[in-house]
Design a protein around this ligand. Structure first.
Ligand code: FE2
Ligand code: FE2
Length: 285
């Protein structure tokens, strides 16, 4: 099974200033001043071309397609991603797609524009999705919640994990993939503050040991890595953020192609260099 994993696309989209509310102002100006130049159109076009040339079985997009959850951003993201949105696509939201409560209520924009790529609902009350049409079932969690200015932290409720396991047991699923926006682990030098990390990550890791996924896919921290399993965390972790960002300094952006066979996992990293994506060293831990 061949998987392409991209994340944190953060498409640069102009929105009318008059339509921005509260936290969106700071987020929008922050993005315009600091982030916009790092996301050139040419890079995304090259990413699209590269993905379309790969014979993959599953495309995972692990959140943060927008910057401030404005509806125009979702609309444009839907148009830009159109060439790679099909039955092989599986998406989850990131904190920037849940930036404001107005992006969820009265209408959930992520659901409105990408509903057909989020998998089937397996819980009535919590965000818990599954795509069973791929060779190995893939589960999607939503670790995000609208929060105050400067807060990008995440959380997974115990009930989400319990209900995931109930579903897996009921359907005799022992091998599965898990996709969630926030990291469960960071390499040394890439740690996250309490305002950026998944606040209950230790609990989540401890519980996941009961039925560990084959791979935990995430984004959020804009630097690629692949962590192999060990006794502390008995599953692989892959971060492909931010796939549409120019690599700069310590931010090793790009994306991954993952080959899963019953015995092993092969992870290849692709990074943007000289107007095109090329295979490059995987950053392994
Ligand atoms: Fe992001
Ligand atoms: Fe994020």
């Amino acid at each position: 099974m061949k998987i392409v994993h991209i994340s944190d696309l953060h498409f640069p989209t102009k929105v009318p200033l008059m339509s921005l509310r509260w936290k969106m102002f700071t987020g929008y100006f922050n993005y315009f001043l600091r982030r916009r130049k790092s996301y050139p159109d040419q890079l995304f076009q090259s990413l699209l071309n590269t993905i379309q040339s790969i014979p993959y079985d599953l495309l995972i997009i692990s959140g943060d397609i927008t910057n401030v959850s404005h509806e125009l951003e979702f609309k444009r993201a839907r148009e830009l991603l159109d060439p790679i949105l099909n039955e092989k696509t599986f998406m989850i939201p990131g904190n920037h797609d849940r930036y404001m409560k107005s992006a969820i209520e009265p209408e959930d924009y992520f659901q409105k524009y990408f509903g057909e790529f989020l998998g089937d609902k397996i819980d009535e009350n919590k965000y818990l999705r599954i795509k069973t049409k791929s060779e190995i079932p893939v589960i999607g969690w939503d670790s995000n919640f609208p929060s105050g200015i400067g807060n990008a932290s995440g959380r997974i409720e115990e009930e989400v994990i319990t209900n995931t396991f109930s579903y897996l047991r009921k359907n005799s699923i022992s091998k599965y993939l898990l996709v969630c926006h926030h990291p469960l682990w960071n390499p040394m030098g890439y740690e996250e503050s309490s305002h950026h990390k998944m606040i209950n990550r230790e609990d989540v890791i401890r519980k996941l040991k009961e039925i560990p996924p084959l791979v935990y896919f995430h984004g959020h921290k804009h630097s690629n890595f692949y962590k192999k399993p060990n006794t502390a965390i008995p599953f692989s972790i892959i971060n492909s953020a931010s796939s549409t960002m120019l690599p700069r300094g310590r931010h090793k952006s790009g994306f991954h192609i993952i080959d899963i066979d019953p015995e092993k996992l092969i992870v290849q990293r692709y990074a943007y260099n000289d107007m095109t994506f090329i295979e490059t060293d995987t950053i392994e831990y």
